[in-house]
Design a binder for this molecule. Sequence first.
Ligand code: APR
Length: 235
Amino acid sequence: MTLQDIINDSQRIVFFGGAGVSTESGIPDFRSVDGLYNQKYDYPPEQMLSHTFFVRKTSEFYKFYRDKMICLDAKPNKAHLKLAELERAGKLTAVVTQNIDGLHTLAGSKTVYELHGSVHRNYCTKCGKFYGIDAIINSTGVPTCECGGIIKPDVVLYEEGLDNDTVNGAVSAIASCDTLIIAGTSMTVYPAAGLVRYFKGKYLVEINRDATAIDDQCDLVIHGKVGETLDKITV
Ligand code: APR
């Protein structure tokens, strides 16, 4: 069966995506050869994106975070736009993403479970006041709240847990879909990658440039670019 056949035969598609969905928007992924984790820094990027590093070296965290995690000139690509179109057509029930760039929402998707949070949401660690991304990009050093507290991005850092409501929403969407499309993710980071075990529908599809550990479990594997692949789909 082709991807088009599977989509034609599906009414409740869920899309589970990772950093590879945003590379065609110009945002590097993490583990490809040109990915963030293969670039040279004073500390390993996975260490800089940890809770401990945020607490102990907050100004160094923000230097890396502003430099590498916020890509404001990135625009939704063909993958994001096609998924929003599938949702509007009533074929797709949810996007579950590991990405924090907000591009699915920007593309018009309504039901998006951001497992690792979003750069567009920031909170004061003292009083809980919400701040948009402007509070981060229009400041230097460690951004602080009017109350004097440190503002922290609503992004799941290493050592931190995922938001319960977000996980519950993603699990129920995956558990009740008829087709799960997994794309642009190396499927190496848990618990996100583990949510796929709740799938019990008809078709498991993977669209990924490189092979992953779930290739042999899938009904259809496409080793290619997710934007280009989805752009060929007619809704
Ligand atoms: N089309 C299809 N696949 C692509 C594309 C593309 N245009 N570009 C990259 N890929 C694939 C790569 O082959 C790779 O397997 O996307 C995958 C990206 O894998 P990672 O870089 O590991 O990104 P991801 O799986 O999202 O990482 C998960 O790790 O550090 C944490 O919180 C971070 O959310 C992130 C998590």
